[in-house]
Design a protein around this ligand. Structure first.
Ligand code: ADP
Ligand code: MG
Length: 242
């Protein structure tokens, strides 16, 4: 069953902010190499779930496994994940190249290895001409490419995206969507992608998990969800109009 090895497994995961339960006893398995989209309305807990996987939030209960290893209490940097946020989160005082190399230098990579990784990421994301610029001198789309590049150079097992295209205009959004898809086809790594945009979900996903109030309502292929929504909520959110 190695072809079906789970990349990310969530078991019985709960997360509360004070008395407010956001996630309760959630289970989720993401396959190796899968593009999984978490889709749901604002406030349903998508970012919270992603932040738990990334290790940016301490869980209230349950376990998270990445590549078979229990990472529930591991530091974010030791989880083999790279995260891309809506807000880019680039270091404003550093050039694009420094933004790409900073984490690698902290992790102790050798200079020629760093150069090789940066060249590969810059080529894949078509940001070679931007390497000496500062984030303030980039467009939103260019900033997001750099943010993706920062995960790319680290050669992570799992990419986590939190609404990466929401700050971009329609044209850039569709361009970058195509490019994220192409990147996934080339890297064949696992991607978990949060959005509230049905079109993004339908075009990017191998499978979509539709969330409402911290609960996954349906997890299936875009085709199956569109044609066979399990309930009215799913039908209203993505299903066929009939
Ligand atoms: P989504 O990403 O789907 O829009 P979130 O995961 O950001 O939703 O939020 C889920 C719920 O948790 C919301 O009701 C939100 O108000 C609440 N929440 C998120 N972060 C915090 C926090 N740091 N403290 C208290 N409540 C929070
Ligand atoms: Mg969110």
């Amino acid at each position: 069953m190695s072809a079906m090895q789970e990349s990310v497994s969530i078991r019985n995961l709960s997360l509360s902010f004070g008395a407010v339960k956001v996630l309760e006893r959630m289970d989720l398995d993401v396959q190796q190499g899968e593009f999984l989209v978490l889709l749901g309305p604002s406030g349903c807990g998508k970012s919270t779930l992603l932040n738990c996987i990334a290790g940016l939030l301490d869980v209230s209960g349950g376990q998270i496994f990445i590549s078979g290893k229990n990472v529930t209490w591991e530091e974010p940097k030791d989880r083999g994940i790279g995260m891309v946020f809506q807000s880019y989160a680039l270091y404003p005082q550093m050039t694009v190249k420094k933004n790409l190399t900073f984490g690698l230098r902290v992790a102790g990579h050798k200079k020629d290895d760093i150069e090789r990784r940066v060249a590969r990421a810059a080529e894949m994301l078509q940001i070679e001409p931007l390497l000496d610029r500062k984030p303030a001198n980039l467009s939103g789309g260019q900033r997001q490419r750099v943010a993706i590049g920062r995960a790319l150079v680290r050669d992570v097992d799992v990419f986590l995206f939190d609404e990466p295209l929401s700050n971009l205009d329609a044209k850039l959004r569709s361009d970058l969507r195509v490019e994220i898809k192409r990147l996934h086809q080339r890297l064949e790594n696992t991607m978990i992608y949060v959005t509230h945009d049905q079109i993004e979900a339908m075009t990017l996903a191998d499978r979509i998990a539709i969330m409402r109030d911290g609960i996954i309502q349906q997890l299936d292929t875009p085709h199956a969800i569109y044609n066979h929504p399990v309930n009215l909520f799913v039908a209203g959110f993505i299903g066929s109009p009939s």
